[in-house]
Design a protein around this ligand. Structure first.
Ligand SMILES: *Cc1c(COP(=O)(O)O)cnc(C)c1O
Length: 355
């Protein structure tokens, strides 16, 4: 057995994908399945194709490359780097965009590659990450993009709950849809796409009802975790499809208080020394920041208390556990979003696909 390992159960993920697809289609929404958190892992992508998803999205062109040859729309959901425009046009069919500079580069590249490339212009409704701020600016840039010959402005998009955790509300979704209408009024034509956001917006619509006019959602977290941004559980979906296991490499009784003068650790952190609890049983698991940051993990044994983590070691207080852990034992953890993201990204974490 290889550790640390992510255990990835496909069946609950497939069920989540099925429910999300059918719910969205009932609303008249075509979801973009966002694959970035699992780096477009082929076994997971395969399920999306089998279920009939027509749009896949990823934030990395490198991940979109893994979808080569698949007959689906491939959307870059990060605004592109000017330096990756050639690869973008080669491996994607569409992209989110906010910069007219980059849009012109894409237009030129699309002409070179004899392709028509689709763009969704991002509008910032207040989360203050990417997007055009203000409706007037939005209309102006939309018109500039619309004048380009080799790209097609197919809609307006927005983002919530990412940078500042601004939550979806009836007000900000309506504001977004109004902004899209303003652009349509400038042009005198309708735009196909109103891409209203991520899993959080899906969860919001489940609770509060569909808002007419949304035509697309970009959904990642909900499919694999069954939660939305605040780790709020989405009742109809499965949670815990992905877990992590790591192996104990040392277990000893040691004092709870370090000995000597404390400076900062290699990560520039000054560690707060708690009360002296005397001798404690401390387990080290072979899992470090080069794998997954421990703040993204929750030990399944509720009596385990995390103490600290360096590049390659995680130290846990196991004194209060009923089970008497020993060297070589495997500890199991529930994973937060950040753990799935870095677990799939780290070469050192084994991906155990369970069918
Ligand atoms: C990651 C991302 C999404 C998907 O977000 P989830 O919370 O995983 O559903 C949607 N849109 C953009 C622009 C993203 O970066």
């Amino acid at each position: 057995m290889t550790y640390p390992r992510l255990n990835i159960e496909l069946e609950p993920i497939r069920q989540n994908m099925t429910k999300i697809l059918s719910t969205c289609r009932q609303w008249g929404i075509e979801p973009v399945a966002v694959t970035k958190v699992y780096r477009a892992h082929p076994d997971i992508v395969q399920m999306l194709l089998e279920l009939g998803y027509t749009k896949l999205g990823d934030s990395r062109v490198d991940n979109l490359k893994r979808l080569e040859g698949m007959d689906v729309e491939k959307l870059l959901i990060r605004i592109p780097m000017p330096s990756e425009v050639a690869q973008l046009v080669e491996y994607a069919t569409s992209s989110l965009i906010s910069s007219i500079y980059t849009a012109k580069l894409i237009d030129r590249e699309a002409r070179n590659q004899k392709k028509k490339f689709k763009l969704t212009l991002m509008y910032d409704i207040g989360d203050l990450r990417e997007g055009i701020y203000g409706v007037e600016n939005l209309c102006k840039i939309a018109e500039e993009i619309n004048a380009l010959k080799n790209v097609e402005l197919c809609g307006i998009g927005t983002n919530m709950s990412c940078m500042n955790g601004i939550l979806p509300s009836k007000e900000n979704i309506m504001e977004f849809l109004e902004a899209k209408k303003s652009v349509e009024n400038c042009f005198g034509t309708k735009l196909d796409i109103a891409s209203a956001g991520n899993t959080d917006v899906f969860a919001f619509l489940l609770k509060n009802g569909m808002i007419e006019g949304i035509s697309e959602l970009r959904i990642g977290e909900g499919m694999i975790m069954g939660t939305d941004g605040g780790e709020g559980v989405i009742e109809m979906l499965n949670q815990d499809a992905v877990t992590l296991e790591a192996q104990i490499v040392e277990i000893y009784d040691k004092p709870s208080k370090p000995k000597g003068v404390a400076g900062v650790n290699p990560f520039g952190e000054k560690i707060e020394q708690g009360a002296d609890k005397g001798m404690r049983r401390r387990a080290i698991v072979a899992l470090g920041r080069q794998d997954i940051h421990f703040m993204h993990l929750i030990a399944c044994d509720k009596n385990i208390v995390p103490i600290g983590q360096s590049s390659d070691h995680t130290v846990l207080d196991v004194s209060d556990c009923d089970k008497k852990y020993r060297d070589g034992d495997i500890l199991k953890f529930r994973v937060k979003y950040g753990a799935i993201l870095s677990g799939f990204t780290s070469d050192y974490v084994y991906k155990n696909i369970i069918r």
